[in-house]
Design a protein around this ligand. Structure first.
Ligand SMILES: NC(=O)c1ccc[n+]([C@@H]2O[C@H](COP(=O)([O-])OP(=O)(O)OC[C@H]3O[C@@H](n4cnc5c(N)ncnc54)[C@H](OP(=O)(O)O)[C@@H]3O)[C@@H](O)[C@H]2O)c1
Length: 264
């Protein structure tokens, strides 16, 4: 019988990590999950380790004995230079020493085209992964439904919703993105692989109207003209990959599903 693949999952408490954990386990991986403050109890058969990419705490212990790293830790709202760039560099150094067979790096569609600082740090991390001697797989995904929902929900209290209605997005259910990433978490590194995108490209205006309808809200959506290169990138669809519509759960279906779940 084959030994199970020993897999380190970073960012295991995040939106994506929560979906990756059970899927990796079901796919037969022995999962070691990282967090800066691991939960005291979980029911997903992962071994938890304390780990901080910013100061290097626990990195070399975390990768010892590991075959595959799925690197989903990130600091989108924090110090992404320290965590995403320098932290990924440190983690790769530890992975090289540990003899990791495949370092799966999760990135975002459009990081090379949209000069938003978090995206620039993700692009820098991709380059570090590319140049590292550790065999790797780099997979980009489009925005998760959960992420788009968080943005719109954060605005829902406001009397009007000022939005860049012409930005294009292609959101995907987080679980469907996780399933595609688990398929890459094998002992065979694949280098750059095709991106993982949601089932349809929609403008922010369309996404916001669907959100408003699903929550029976009546607030006016007010178009905000956003100048600059970041806005140009989102408007031109650089954060989408219409040739790769992998997910099947549309934004409207996801909204209905989460509404039903929250009512139960
Ligand atoms: N959200 C999206 O729409 C989207 C779309 C495409 C790709 N992605 C990519 O997918 C990956 C996961 O995104 P996500 O939305 O799941 O992120 P998230 O919900 O913000 O979770 C971030 C994770 O990173 C960990 N983390 C943060 N700072 C850390 C540090 N200093 N050291 C170690 N771990 C740290 C957190 O763990 P603790 O707090 O427990 O330490 C948490 O588990 C990221 O690389 C992101 O760029 C996201």
């Amino acid at each position: 019988m084959n030994e199970p693949v020993r897999t380190l999952l970073t960012g295991a408490t995040g939106s994506l990590g929560r979906e990756l954990r059970p899927r990796l386990h079901r796919a037969g991986h022995d999962v070691r999950a990282t967090s800066r403050s691991p939960p005291s109890e979980t029911d997903d058969h992962a071994e938890w380790v304390t780990f901080d990419l910013k100061d290097g705490t626990g990195l070399s212990d975390a990768v010892t004995g590991i075959d595959v790293v799925v690197h989903a830790a990130s600091a989108p709202r924090g110090d992404s230079e320290a965590v995403d760039v320098r932290g990924t560099e440190r983690l790769l150094e530890a992975a090289a020493t540990a003899g990791v067979s495949n370092f799966v790096y999760v990135s975002i569609v459009g990081v090379d085209e949209i000069p938003y600082s978090y995206y620039e740090h993700k692009r820098a991390a991709e380059r570090i992964v590319e140049r590292s001697p550790v065999p790797a797989t780099i997979v980009r995904a489009t925005q998760f439904h959960e992420f788009v929902f968080g943005l719109l929900d954060g605005l829902s209290w406001a009397p009007i919703w000022p939005l860049p209605i012409d930005f294009q997005m292609q959101p995907i259910e987080t679980g469907e993105a996780a399933a595609a990433i688990v398929d890459r978490a094998t002992l065979e590194p694949a280098g750059w692989v095709p991106p993982v995108g949601g089932p349809e490209v929609r403008t922010v205006g369309e996404l916001a109207r669907a959100y408003r309808d699903s929550r029976s809200a009546r607030r006016p959506i007010v178009p905000v003209p956003v100048p600059g290169a970041i806005a140009r990138g989102f408007r031109a669809g650089e954060a989408t990959c219409p040739e790769r519509t992998m997910g099947s759960v549309t934004w409207k279906q996801w909204l209905e599903k989460t509404k039903t779940d929250s009512e139960q």
